[in-house]
Design a protein around this ligand. Structure first.
Ligand code: AMP
Length: 289
């Protein structure tokens, strides 16, 4: 029988949040990572996005924070999570808020390209969880608006992407300011040698978890194939999308022209549709989305 979230002994407030999210069974990386991370061990996770890796670290981290509640001091963060992009940083922060919704922790996200003021105010109050991109985080450290001297848990997400974006040096600078007595969690989809080296420097006796996708698609996606003559494909699509079960669909075509034709055909058949491709401007694409 597969494990359940209850069997990990997670904080009941987390189990309640998971139940309302409709999560019943832990994904493989969650099943392998959660018990050890709850115990405070370091972790090396080889996993891609889509495997459930965010919850694999967010849940045990929230559990640990709740088990040892202390008010974070001004300008500090108990947990620091580094992410290569703003989108991912925002998603991670949202996950912490969702899973931790009954726990009342202070969670903030910090990334470049936006004003410093609101970020400074959020950090000034003291945070339980800070999710950040490396460049902006270093700025805050240099401005002395952030102090990492009491950070307890450090997470490096998508380490291989960090390497591609030139963030390895900033990461080393950031880590040098966090106390050596900390828990480290390190995630990467691949292990190029420089990332292996960084993992070796950061992690102490880590538990290793690797979930390579067996196929190219996520387990939760079921696939089927329909054989049909070329000329009837669009009519079939119109028929299928008339079914209210299909609420948000993506159709891929071979050419840009083909995308326009399919979208126009669907529209004519009463299916709300739009095309996005390289000949459309950014505003056009956004309007379509
Ligand atoms: P991630 O790999 O962290 O980006 O997660 C991929 C997606 O899977 C997210 O949309 C999560 O909300 C969802 N997810 C994570 N864990 C579970 C679970 N145990 N059951 C169902 N969905 C999950």
């Amino acid at each position: 029988m597969s494990k359940t979230f209850d069997s990990f002994g997670l904080n009941p407030a987390l189990l309640q949040a998971l139940a309302s999210e409709g999560y019943t069974t832990p994904t493989p990386i969650q099943a392998q990572a959660i018990p050890d991370v709850m115990l405070g061990k370091d972790l090396l996770g080889i996993a891609q996005t889509g495997t459930g890796k965010t919850a694999a670290f967010a849940l045990p981290i929230l559990h640990r924070l709740a088990a040892n509640r202390v008010a974070p001091k001004p300008r500090t963060a108990r947990v620091l999570i580094l992410s290569p992009t703003r989108e991912l940083a925002s998603q991670i922060a949202e996950s912490f808020k969702t899973y931790g919704r009954h726990l009342g922790f202070k969670v903030a996200v910090v990334f470049g390209g936006v004003k410093y003021g609101p970020q400074e105010r959020a950090i000034q109050a003291g945070l339980d969880v800070l999710v950040a991109t490396p460049g902006r985080l270093l700025d805050h450290m240099q401005q002395k608006t952030l102090d990492l001297s009491s950070t307890e848990i450090f997470v490096l997400d998508e380490a291989d992407q960090m390497l591609d974006l030139g963030f390895v040096k900033p990461i080393r600078q950031i880590v040098s300011r966090i106390p050596a007595m900390r828990q480290n969690l390190f995630f990467s989809a691949t292990m190029p040698s420089e990332i292996g080296k960084l993992a070796g420097e950061l992690l102490k006796d880590p538990v290793k978890v690797s979930v390579t996708p067996q196929a190219t698609t996520v387990q939760r996606i079921s696939q089927s194939i329909i054989h049909i003559e070329q000329g009837r494909k669009r009519a079939l699509l119109t028929e299928m999308f008339a079914d209210p079960h299909y609420t948000r669909c993506l159709v891929f075509t071979k050419t840009k022209h083909g995308a326009d034709k399919v979208a126009a055909y669907l529209e004519a058949g009463g299916v709300e549709a739009g095309a996005i491709h390289g000949n459309k401007s950014q505003p056009q694409r956004e309007r379509t989305l």
